[in-house]
Design a protein around this ligand. Structure first.
Ligand SMILES: Cc1cc2nc3c(=O)[nH]c(=O)nc-3n(C[C@H](O)[C@H](O)[C@H](O)COP(=O)(O)O)c2cc1C
Length: 235
């Protein structure tokens, strides 16, 4: 898939070093702009555990997000049980099959060292090793009467993004996944999610094996317009 030209968010300095916080009590807070610029998906983790106090800090940031009517219709579940890990493994395997089918992803040749091959290899490694990720957090959203699905999502995904940025600010790496879609029944059973609640996101978290890096995105001039669809906001 051609994403078109992208911008490297390379203006950061400290943001790209990935050497920020080490323990929950000594978190070095990263400027929010630096965190946004460098919160690239992390798919390889060291074996170092992620402690609950630090996860709690990041989840506190999640609770600072806006939601419709300030109803805060969320529940965040840190997954550690063998049942949850089995569900992660299943969801990851099924998601990988979908990704392979949808995007024509194939396992890269071992000698291919291109950026594309490295990213694809990391993706396979994450999915293959899903049961052993250092931590995973399931974001759930409660029922909101008369709220259409996209608006319902708007009351949980800001919390997810706050979590991603807080984790990055602490030096943790994260990757958003769709595994909860592919193992919904198993995750619901493992966690005991009440019927009307929906599974909104499944984030894997850990200490990056490599470095945090700049995100690459299309420039704002291509995606922002003024009043009309075909009228760019910026030159
Ligand atoms: C809804 C959603 C689902 C995703 N699912 C997966 C997944 O199943 N496996 C995976 O490795 N990455 C997954 N990702 C991560 C994206 O591939 C990643 O955010 C995107 O390629 C941008 O990567 P970057 O932030 O490193 O630039 C998902 C991201 C989103 C937002």
């Amino acid at each position: 898939m051609d994403d078109g030209p992208v911008n490297d968010a390379t203006t950061g300095t400290t943001a790209t070093t990935g050497t920020t916080a080490t323990t929950s009590s000594t978190v070095v807070e990263l400027d929010v702009w630096a965190a946004m610029r460098s919160a690239r998906a992390t798919r390889r983790f060291t074996g170092r555990p992620v402690d609950d106090v630090l996860l709690g800090r990041c989840l506190e940031a999640a609770t600072w997000a806006p939601s419709g009517g300030n109803q805060q219709p969320w529940r965040f579940v840190v997954l550690r049980s063998p049942e949850a890990r089995a569900a992660l493994e299943l969801g990851a395997a099924r998601a990988l099959a979908t990704i392979e089918r949808t995007y024509g992803l194939t396992r890269p040749d071992p000698v291919d060292d291109s950026p594309r091959a490295r990213t694809d290899r990391a993706m396979f490694a994450l999915h293959d090793g899903a049961a052993a990720v250092p931590a995973a957090v399931l974001f759930c959203v409660g029922p909101q009467p008369n709220v259409p699905p996209l608006l319902e999502g708007a009351s949980i995904y800001p919390a997810m993004q706050n979590f991603l940025l807080a984790a990055r600010a602490c030096g943790l790496g994260t990757c958003v996944t769709g595994w909860h879609v592919d193992a919904e029944a198993e995750l619901r059973a493992a966690v005991g999610v009440p019927g009307p609640w929906r599974l909104a996101a499944l984030i894997v978290v850990g200490w990056p094996a490599g470095r945090h890096g700049p995100v690459r995105r299309r420039p704002v001039s291509r995606v922002a317009c003024l009043d009309r669809w075909d009228q760019p906001l910026l030159p």
